[in-house]
Write a protein that binds this ligand. Structure first.
Ligand code: ADP
Ligand code: MG
Ligand code: MG
Length: 255
């Protein structure tokens, strides 16, 4: 069993107006096989938490810890974090011109496993995974995310997740911009990854819609840079009813 521990994390960014604190003491523990939904208003710092864990250089850690099986993630390069078993599906996946999906995936797999996958089984695995995600085989030859629709980008993220088999996956609004069919296909992919490897999931979402497809064990409300409430799946139903108003810091407006 593996554990991802986030302890009293404080993170800021440099802006034109000076340094701005975004995470203000975020604390969370996720074990293998657990799915945690992190819900909160726009601008509360959910993506910042995701990017900080993945090692985005813009996010400056002021204090606190992030440990994967006791190892200090914050000291690792993004590559080393991936190797340690952390995966981030981004809210806005980046386009990589001139690098085909197939080369990208194979390179990533080689990097994460420390050895190249056997070509025959790899090709088969890739083709089958794409088929399950209803991705046209032509996508394998296209540049990573280049000209992909929103839904195609999200499928490409889940394709990586299924092939790389991380210990923990951070899914940042993987549901946003998906129609119901795409949402179902993407969710099935996540559930397969969960079933086959005992993946731990940190699922960041603004809406409760995806939780009908990917069932959370634990639901957290995130507001103004920290976790403010934790509960079971019923907390998501409550949020569906009430919205985030009661959790907003004073003086701010809901959207
Ligand atoms: P969420 O994902 O919950 O919507 P974000 O983490 O994207 O929230 O943003 C939290 C706050 O931090 C917002 O006010 C946002 O404008 C600010 N922020 C995030 N990233 C940056 C950045 N790179 N530069 C300046 N401000 C940022
Ligand atoms: Mg946002
Ligand atoms: Mg976000």
């Amino acid at each position: 069993m593996s554990t991802l521990e986030i302890k009293d994390l404080h993170v800021s960014v440099e802006t034109k107006e000076g340094r701005k604190q975004i995470l203000k003491g975020a604390t969370l523990t996720i074990n293998s096989g657990e799915t945690h939904a992190i819900m909160g208003p726009n601008g509360s710092g959910k993506s910042t938490l995701a990017y900080t864990l993945a090692g985005h250089p813009k996010y400056l850690v002021d204090s606190g810890q992030a440990l994967l099986d006791g190892e200090d993630l914050l000291k690792m390069t993004p590559d080393e974090r991936a190797k340690a078993g952390l995966f981030l599906a981004m809210q806005y996946p980046v386009e990589v011109s001139g690098v085909s999906m197939t080369n990208f995936l194979r390179t990533a797999k080689t990097e994460v496993d420390g050895k190249a996958p056997a070509i025959r089984t790899w090709t088969k695995e890739l083709n089958e995974a794409m088929k399950r995600l209803r991705m046209d085989p032509k996508f394998a030859q296209r540049s990573v995310n280049e000209g992909f629709s929103g839904g195609e980008k999200k499928r490409a993220e889940v394709l990586q997740l299924e092939l790389l088999k991380p210990k923990f996956a951070i899914l940042d609004e993987t549901d946003s911009g998906l129609d119901v069919d795409a949402l179902r296909i993407v969710s099935e992919g996540v559930n397969r990854a969960k079933g086959s490897t005992g993946l731990g999931i940190m699922m960041v979402t603004h809406y409760t819609r995806i939780l009908k497809y990917i069932k959370p064990d634990i639901v957290h409300v995130f507001s103004d840079g920290r976790f403010v409430k934790t509960g079971g799946p019923e907390l998501a139903d409550e949020l569906e009813e009430t919205g985030y108003d009661q959790y907003l810091p004073e003086g701010s407006d809901s959207e």
